[in-house]
Design a protein around this ligand. Structure first.
Ligand code: ZN
Length: 208
């Protein structure tokens, strides 16, 4: 694992098969085909990821890309990658010991959540009047607050026993097992599930 993290990660399109935006966030660092890949290697790809994860409005994203400097956005992505590493460790711990004392983690997470503030506003739409929630982001590194709020929601609403990692031997992907029987083993049946089936078939053939 650490060996993979130290190798240079190639930029790669993110995957969305974790069943939850926090799982998908952890999966922005992954090893498709066994080689390390990075989906939020710079500020633009971080913003694009937020939009694709439905954590950020496309209009807001376009506005913030214009408003913040590339360096500031890149620094925000670098922080997001650090946060990702920390959350991976925390979620692994929480999975094994959900009732442990996480005061330190909670303090760190709250400090990230606080960077953004939101207010409610009445807006006129084609369908009539509607209340919407507007987000206030003052600087590029406030963007991480969007992810931090999801992490907080995740910890309070999801079951730790359903947080799993793919059983594929070189795969590092996380997912939330939402299947009825809770027996999901692979990130996707088409990729790792199929590879495992082929490997088992070959093994049987060799045995014959
Ligand atoms: Zn997999």
């Amino acid at each position: 694992m650490s060996r993979l993290h130290n190798a240079a990660a190639l930029p790669r399109e993110p995957v969305f098969l974790g069943g939850n935006s926090v799982m998908d966030f952890l999966n922005t660092s992954f090893t498709p085909d066994g080689a390390p890949a990075e989906a939020i290697g710079d500020g633009r790809s971080f913003i694009d990821w937020l939009v694709r994860a439905a954590l950020l409005d496309a209009d807001d994203a376009a506005r913030w890309k214009r408003r913040f400097h590339t360096e500031a956005l890149d620094a925000a992505a670098a922080e997001a990658r650090k946060v990702r590493q920390w959350v991976q460790e925390w979620i692994s711990k929480w999975r094994d010991a959900p009732a442990a004392n996480y005061e330190r983690e909670v303090r760190r997470l709250n400090a990230l959540i606080e960077r953004a503030s939101s207010y409610r506003e009445l807006v006129v739409t084609k369908g009539g009047l509607q209340m919407t929630e507007r987000l206030e982001i003052g600087a590029a590194d406030d963007l991480i607050a969007l992810v931090a709020a999801q992490i907080a929601m995740f910890i309070v609403t999801e079951q730790p026993t359903l947080v799993k990692r793919c059983a594929g031997p070189t795969c590092t992907l996380w997912f939330l097992d939402r299947t009825k029987a809770h027996r999901r083993l692979f990130c996707s049946a088409a990729a790792c599930g199929n590879r495992a089936k082929v490997a088992a078939f070959r093994k049987r053939q060799r045995a014959n």
